[in-house]
Design a protein. Sequence first.
Lengths: 40, 455
Amino acid sequence: MSDTPKKTTTAQLAVAWLLVGLPLLWGFWMTLGNAMKLFE
Amino acid sequence: MADSKSWLDRSRTVAPPGFSRWMVPPAALCIHLCIGQAYAFSVFNLPMSKLIGITDSAPDDWKLTSLGWIFSLAIVFLGLAAAFGGTWLDRVGPRMAMVAAACCFGGGFIIGAAGIATHQLWIVYLGYGVLGGIGLGLGYISPVKTLITWFPDRPGMATGMAIMGFGGGAFIASPLSVHLMKTFSTPSHIGVAETFLCLGIGYFIFMMIGAFLVRVPAEGWKPEGWEPSEHRSAMVTSENVHIDDAMKTPQFWLLWGVLCLNVTAGIGVLGQASAMSQEMFPGRITPAAAAGFVGLLSIFNMVGRFFWASTSDFIGRKSTYMVFFALGIALYAAVPSTGQSGSIVLFVAFYAVILSMYGGGFATIPAYLRDVFGVRYVGAIHGRLLTSWSVAGVLGPVLVNYIRQYQIDQGVPKADAYTVTMYIMAGLLAVGFLLNLMMKPVNARYYMPRAAAMA
């Protein structure tokens, strides 16, 4: 363990969340498109 | 080698001062988004049954009944790995567990690809079923304790985010697998083996990113400005119960029953949603619309995980489960009337809420366990509790399928064949309601001495 302060930057947070958020949004969008067939 | 060992060591995962805890949910999501693929495994069944015949199944092709065992094996090994791997995980920390999960899950796909390429089903069983299943179990429980430790102020929301990823993993895996199979297929070959290989490598890399990102808080760390409430609910303990003692308490088995009954009610419906919607509304819900209905339910299953687990931080876990069971009883009992009145809108709305509570049950249980047994062994206790999922995974579909068939054999029209099942589901939820009502704080004699809990 390092006791040296190492502040997480906003860019690191953004990259981490985009990494998981983008595939999830893509999958969500595809499923939503499929679900819309119920209302056609 | 020494370096790689030390990188996996728990001590190397302790966060330095200034590290943002909001980096941890993406790490957990890297794992859960991958292992959530299991929910989408059925997209491979039909292509794998035509590997030789290509357009139709040839006599030497694998049968769907044999292929069904791949998923069943994976779920059995998920339960076993979660149950028996929890204490190991607690000892070695989240990074080692995540790496093990990545190796097993990614490796399971790669071995499965070899089995498909050589048309040896036992290799696929061993690869995806056994090894992949172990990866599923280790991966599922690996971030739970870490998230709860980082978010003592919002444990429900934190674990809800990760477990939402498990629901969302199928959203990604299903269209991605279909796309890859289309890319690798030729008129004389179905590209399932290549798809397995790509997915295995891709999932391994993505899960390793999660292992790289994950950090545990330093000893004594707490969120800035947050103090544990002195007026915490009697249902929330500040003590810890050892995993072996937890299983001796009635609370563990009450929660085992609560999760099992909540999952049984939801999983049976999820598996039969397409057929049920078409049979309850013959001629009005087409097969394409039924597929849309299944998609809509999976969205509510995923969103419910985050919504209900986050809500439980405000209203309490016991109250959240009270809502699941009370509302679930009312909705299950009301579903047959939507078929009789021909109201598709109400039918869809009722099931959407039911499935949100099914997902919510999974996502809220880690925080419930934290409240009752403390943080120290919550990951391992959660792993053992997940055996109820394996039981429910068999019980739910069997109840729905067999009762429907019995009704039809007795001459009941298909549109009404689900009525008794819905009432039985409502009955199961009533039992769950009573079990949850019986939940009390753990007897103080089970609490670990403070020094031992800190060790």
